[in-house]
Design a protein around this ligand. Structure first.
Ligand code: NAD
Length: 278
């Protein structure tokens, strides 16, 4: 594990770096360079997904890094069109092959698709992959509290992680509370609010000036102090480096309160209750 990023301990004892590198919207031919830059900067966790189309580039960067496999935590996600027991097993094999790996650290169901009613069977396939030792931890993404409650009552392995949209404008109190009760780690996607607007909010800019940090670092530090796992994305080397330098300063109670006051329950992405893209 990188010395820069402390781990959190998942509910099955597996360690996951609290900060990782997200690669949504990074084209496959740019992923190798971006992930390579992140690994050089000290990131040891990479978040990709089958639908991102960059598992191959991500895998090439991991291989080229020369780092021991056990030092890198790799997450990918099962796409919607592959939900269902047998299709999930096949999709997992395809993702592993693209990544060039023999096992995965974390496999997530990308979206719940509640109107299809397939996430229980899909999750049972994840349980099998976990039991077979092919993935060290399993979890979900974009699950609302009602989906999580049903999943936990109808399956055996409590998800290690729920990866959800979370940033100062969408603080997800109900989900975070349920995760804490169930021992599920909260992983924040779009932790920087996709860089739009949020990083110019006066309260955040003022806190950044006070600590001689950047707004992005302040927002990432807020997540870290809340206990969230974060996976900021950038393809700009200076920002990739900047985004990991958040473990050598602290926000005080006043800063945390000022950021918590920014909640607007405003999503940038789709609503998981209705999102159903194949
Ligand atoms: P993000 O909040 O990480 O924002 C990324 C954008 O912010 C960059 O493209 C850039 O424009 C800007 N940025 C990054 N660093 C900056 C800096 N230091 N200073 C100024 N601007 C900066 O958004 P994201 O990519 O949507 O989310 C992060 C990761 O979360 C994704 O790459 C992906 O891995 C994951 N994700 C998952 C889901 C899901 O459904 N599970 C959905 C979206 C994203």
């Amino acid at each position: 594990m990188s010395s820069k990023v402390p781990p959190i301990i998942l509910n099955n004892g597996v360690e996951m770096p609290q900060l990782g590198f997200g690669v949504w919207q990074v084209p496959d031919d740019e992923a190798e360079q971006a992930v390579g830059t992140a690994l050089e900067a000290g990131y040891r966790s990479i978040d990709t997904a089958a639908i991102y189309g960059n598992e191959e580039g991500t895998g090439r960067a991991i291989a080229a890094s020369g780092l021991p496999r056990e030092d890198i935590f790799v997450t990918t996600k099962l796409w919607n069109s592959d939900q269902g027991y047998d299709s999930t097993l096949r999709a997992f094999d395809a993702s592993l092959e693209k990544l060039g790996l023999d096992h995965l650290d974390l496999y997530l169901i990308h979206w719940p698709l509640p109107s299809r009613g397939t996430y229980i069977d899909t999750y049972k396939a994840l349980e099998k992959l976990h039991a077979d030792g092919r993935v060290r931890a399993i979890g979900v993404s974009n699950f609302l509290p009602e989906h999580l409650r049903r999943l936990v009552s109808e399956t055996s392995v409590v998800p290690a992680v729920n990866q959800i949209e979370l940033h100062p404008h969408l603080q997800q109190h109900a989900s975070r509370e349920l995760h804490a009760e169930q021992g599920i780690a909260t992983e924040a996607w779009s932790p920087l609010g996709q860089g739009k607007g949020l990083l110019e909010v006066p309260a955040i800019v003022a806190i950044a000036q006070k600590h001689d940090r950047t707004p992005a670092q302040v927002v990432l530090r807020w997540h870290v102090q809340l206990g969230n796992v974060v996976i900021p994305k950038s393809v700009t080397p200076s920002r990739i480096k900047e985004n990991i330098e958040v473990f050598d300063f602290s926000l005080d109670d006043e800063d945390l309160a000022a950021i918590s006051a920014l909640n607007e329950d405003r999503r940038l992405g789709p609503d998981p209750a209705t999102f159903d893209m194949s």
